[in-house]
Design a protein around this ligand. Sequence first.
Ligand code: KDG
Ligand code: MG
Length: 402
Amino acid sequence: MRIVDARVIVTCPGRNFVTLKIVTSDGVTGVGDATLNGRELAVASYLRDHVVPTLIGRDASRIEDTWQYLYRGAYWRRGPVTMSAIAAVDTALWDIKGKVAGLPVYQLLGGRCRDGVTVYGHANAETVPEVLAEVARYVDLGYRAVRVQTAVPGLPATYGVGKDRMFYEPADAAIPTETTWSTERYLVHTPQVFAAVRDEFGPHLKLLHDAHHRLTPIEAARLGKDLEPYRLTWLEDPVPAELQEGFRLIRQHTTTPIAVGEVFNTIFDCQQLITEQLIDYVRTTVVRAGGISHLRRIFDLAALHHVRSGSHGATDLSPVCMAAALHVDLSIPNFGLQEYMRHTEATDEVFPHAYRFADGYLHPGEEPGLGVDIDESAAARYPYAPASLPVNRLTDGSMHNW
Ligand code: KDG
Ligand code: MG
């Protein structure tokens, strides 16, 4: 079974997505997500100009060999553009293998380890009373875990807190918007938010918070300590993670569990974090880390060191990535939580999918392969529109230091 065609489809049903569709000589198709928020066309070009020509004529069943060929063969290893492109190929080949076998991909990965995939939603709002109402909305929908973000009083805008609620999208302008940040204000305000949320919702709802890489290790340690009474499931991205050993300092000071990894693209980005048990959850996902094959390597290493998965699932990861992530989530022993930011109706129309939310869980469905596709004629109705993530400055006008 040879690869006879591979199409790169760029579409913008509310936000940009890049999708690879591979077609085999038997007429079986597979899809892979290649979306890199704000840098979509770089991955589309990497695929079209450099990867697709090498795929034509290849044996579609050789997933691991193709992965190694693309990773080692390029000479230039790693990086978000390369690894998103490799991820798309890998994901599409797993989809094809499942369809050929007549099995959902999670069965090929070893079968179910759990009945459903526990997900968390995003409650975000300007003020504490508003965010309490948002948390209540998620609880009413059946969620068992909620991420809580509010605006920081005194700052004009806070990353992660949008005007829209259920369908919040941070990439908002072709040329990046600039926002302002004050760690001092944030560190005072955030524990007050969680005191109010715990008070209202009691001890059992899982609560999470994302610091978006804004802090130094000692500031993160302070926040972790101040949040301890409210027993968070995790504090996410407390510091940037280029310096993995920076997490040692946080660990020395707080028992608040730490999650990181949405920007990681290979196992080498988190090897020290995992083997030294400096984190509790590793948050990379299928599209960012070279597809299902490489993500499984990361999660297997994590399992040896008491680290659980907590895969990224924001709106910039397409339904193709979400479907693939759910097959991984269902089949690994050390699953922790899956992020689930709902896509818009237009996105769901372009990407028909079998996965369903029920009672706080996502279920990937039983269709052979990944259970997701791209409707190419619907996709063609939504042309690419440039959009970038905002840039952050400190209150004195300097670029945020980390
Ligand atoms: O593309 C960036 C977003 O996916 C990111 O800002 C969302 O931090 C995020 C999260 O945890 O979902
Ligand atoms: Mg995050």
